[in-house]
Design a protein around this ligand. Structure first.
Ligand SMILES: O=C(O)CCC(=O)C(=O)O
Ligand SMILES: [Fe+2]
Length: 213
């Protein structure tokens, strides 16, 4: 994992959107995975998100700090077990600030939301914007486990032009500035590609946001 045959360079995908491959070392990935397993436990644990149209999201989710539901934020799991959302841990705030400094060289106000998405082999996420926040601070995205195709588009439409980026375990992706409201999604997860030493079947994504609430 640490010694890739072809090292992947840091890449600007669009103005304000940067991919930093292998940003988390194996120990950091293991620590985060262990924490995600704790956060996924009830109460206020991993849940299936229902959309207003009657559908369900295939990636299951747990939130910290503020509870996201389609389409807003609450302090309790209003569309689930009704319990208070788990607190946002300081160490995720530190990680988020460090990520933004490394990616775009900015100092950002305190992160206070984490969304943890769990994808099994068949899970996907449709093209959407992260637009329920009242802050334009960059969104920080960390990937663990299976490799996925992350589709990063434009701010106008769900369709082309977009760029498909392979996100692997340990990768960081930050989008802010002119890319903060770009459409993005996960059309595909490559099952069985997680680094064996991590011990995760599937993919986890940790998204950090500033609520401005
Ligand atoms: O899983 C990912 O990489 C993206 C997650 C995402 O876009 C979101 O939670 O809003
Ligand atoms: Fe998103």
């Amino acid at each position: 994992m640490d010694a890739e045959l072809f090292p992947r360079p840091r890449t600007q995908i669009a103005p304000g959107a940067v991919h930093l491959p292998g940003w988390l070392d194996t120990d950091r990935q293991r620590e985060l995975l262990a924490a995600c397993r704790d956060w996924a436990r009830p109460p206020a644990g991993l849940r299936t998100v229902r959309t207003p149209g009657g559908g369900t999201m295939t990636a299951r989710q747990v939130c910290l700090g503020w509870h996201w539901y389609p389409y807003g934020y609450a302090r309790t799991v209003v569309d689930g077990d009704g319990t208070p959302v788990k607190p946002f841990p300081d160490r995720l705030g530190d990680l988020g600030r460090r990520a933004v400094r490394d990616a775009v060289g900015e100092d950002v106000a305190a992160y206070d939301i984490a969304l943890i998405n769990f994808y099994d082999a068949d899970a996907r996420m449709g093209m959407h914007r992260d637009s329920d926040e009242k802050s334009d601070a960059p969104v920080v995205s960390l990937s663990l486990g299976d490799t996925c195709v992350f589709r990063f588009g434009n701010t106008e439409t769900r369709t082309r032009p977009y760029t498909d980026v392979e996100l692997r375990s340990g990768d960081l992706f930050v989008f802010g500035g002119p890319a903060r409201l770009a459409f993005h999604g996960v059309p595909r997860v490559h099952a069985g590609t997680a680094p064996p030493e991590l011990g995760l079947t599937g993919r986890l994504n940790i998204t950090l946001r500033v609520s401005g609430l």
